[in-house]
Design a binder for this molecule. Structure first.
Ligand code: ADP
Ligand code: MG
Length: 466
């Protein structure tokens, strides 16, 4: 058959395939996803003999189509063809620049203006991003490897890999940094794409404002939606803030669907895992879980040292190894606090003209030499006071709820603060070591799911240390 004949045949096959896809897929899928597809013609470079190649001009959509609808499309093409033929869906950019109309002479000034508008749009996106929060400034440790790699992949192919990407991890561990690094990288790799970064609190406030605006609320709402839907990449931070806020969650749900179906990339960050979103409706929770969820864990001592060294280097300062280690050892849970401690010591040292060594760092941060040594009994005593019971009862075997909570907290904090082995802790609590191990592991799990519990334990820990 001639190329022309083939071309015609492919077109008819595709028209017939479309007929059956129209009945087998819901309109909400068929319209946005299937109608823009066209079969590749023999004269086109993507044409492959013996393969039914279909093209899409939406780069973001191709992987989604391949993942979700390929079997249906394959079946429809086979049926229309009357035999089996492998189907491939490929991205072929359409000629975006339309030929100028006849009378219109392309004017260099206008082209230039368009470029300026593009640049301004990009700058606008950049403005919401912190210039420090780039991949280059992020230390990839064993705690953040998976999250870092996923973020990199998303920034190389927005909308095509993991959608949404959901980043979790406790406060101060680099979620916002990584999320904004995606934004920076996309703006660098794809200067035409529109990136929007926002905190969920800001999203909620704007939503409330636009609903409130009386007679003009329709217009305000339209403007609000445009801001969040007329983008290629939406980075929505601190999504835990939305939990249980009905109107906000509903708007996030609709924004998500609008963006997702247009093949746009969405990234969420939360300081709690998705499982803890008890008040969030299931349909939104399932959207959160649709793509990939990655967790940033607390970094090891080595990673913390590297982070603080990098942070100092950004200010053109080579911090001494022992000072970096001293800081990293004493600030282990939150990188923001670790950086804060460094900023404080370096500022004081430079104002006072002191050399920054471990001794000056300790003085500036108010660390007393020979600090009082904490014992297991101190911990038991503080936990007893906190829960309104006594040290004797904690060490005993009664199981009323206050005593149990106090005992569990004391076991957990003894392990956390003193880093003792379970058999040694068991002796102090008059228990056997499997009981201690079980109690420790149980509380550790509960903390992950319950932020209030975590805060209470931090409060007790502060009482013990001070
Ligand atoms: P989160 O959003 O998780 O609360 P942030 O992203 O705001 O935390 O990070 C807090 C601070 O710690 C920021 O200044 C960030 O640059 C820094 N930080 C966190 N993790 C890293 C890392 N792996 N490498 C470099 N800096 C980091
Ligand atoms: Mg943050």
């Amino acid at each position: 058959m001639t190329d022309e004949g083939l071309e015609k045949e492919y077109k008819t096959v595709w028209d017939n395939a479309l007929e059956s896809l129209k009945t087998s897929l819901p309109p909400s899928t068929y319209e946005p996803w299937i109608t823009p597809l066209k079969p590749v013609e023999p004269k086109e470079e993507q044409y492959k003999k013996g393969v039914f190649v279909i093209k899409s001009d939406q780069a973001f959509g191709v992987s989604h189509l391949n993942q979700k609808f390929l079997p249906e499309i394959q079946a429809a093409v086979n049926k229309a063809m009357g035999k089996e033929i492998p189907v491939e869906i490929v991205f072929v950019p359409s000629n975006v620049k339309k030929a100028p109309k006849k009378k219109f002479k392309p004017n260099e000034e206008i082209v230039l203006m368009q470029e300026q508008i593009d640049n301004l749009k990009q700058m606008h996106s950049f403005c919401a991003l912190n210039l420090k929060y780039t991949f280059e400034n992020f230390v990839k440790g064993e705690n953040s490897k998976v999250a870092y790699d996923a973020a990199k992949m998303v920034s190389k192919a927005p909308g095509q890999k993991f959608n949404p990407l959901f980043i979790t991890g406790s406060v101060g561990l680099g979620k916002t940094h990584l999320m904004q690094a995606i934004g920076h990288d996309i703006l660098k790799n794809f200067p035409k794409l529109k990136v929007k970064y926002a905190k969920t609190e800001e999203f909620t406030n704007q939503l409330v404002d636009s609903c409130r605006n009386g007679s003009d609320s329709y217009n305000e709402m339209r403007k609000f939606r445009e801001q969040y839907r007329n983008v290629d990449v939406l980075l929505l931070d601190d999504i835990q803030f939305a939990e249980g806020k009905k109107r906000t969650e509903e708007e996030i749900f609709n924004t998500f669907d609008a963006l997702f179906h247009a093949g746009k990339q969405i990234v969420f960050a939360s300081d709690r895992p998705i499982e803890t979103f008890e008040k969030t409706p299931d349909r939104l929770k399932s959207r959160y879980e649709w793509g990939l969820s990655v967790e940033i864990k607390p970094p090891s001592l080595e990673t913390r040292i590297e982070i603080i060294k990098k942070h100092a280097r950004r200010a053109n300062y080579e911090i001494a190894d022992d000072v970096a280690e001293f800081l990293a050892k004493n600030y282990s849970k939150n990188i923001r606090e670790l950086e804060g401690a460094y900023n404080k010591v370096s500022a004081y040292a430079s104002i006072q003209g002191l050399e920054l060594n471990v001794k000056t760092a300790k003085e500036i941060l108010g660390f007393r030499e020979n600090q009082r040594k904490i014992t297991t009994d101190d911990i038991i005593k503080k936990c007893a006071e906190y829960f309104g019971t006594t040290a004797e009862l904690i060490k005993g075997s009664q199981r009323s709820s206050e005593i149990k909570s106090a005992r569990q907290a004391a076991i957990y904090l003894t392990r956390q603060i003193l880093d003792l082995s379970f058999p040694v802790i068991a002796q102090s609590f008059n228990k056997n070591h499997t009981t201690i191990l079980y109690s420790y592991e149980k509380l550790k799990k509960d903390i992950e799911l319950n932020p209030t519990l975590k805060e209470n334990l931090e409060e007790i820990e502060n009482l013990i240390r001070n």
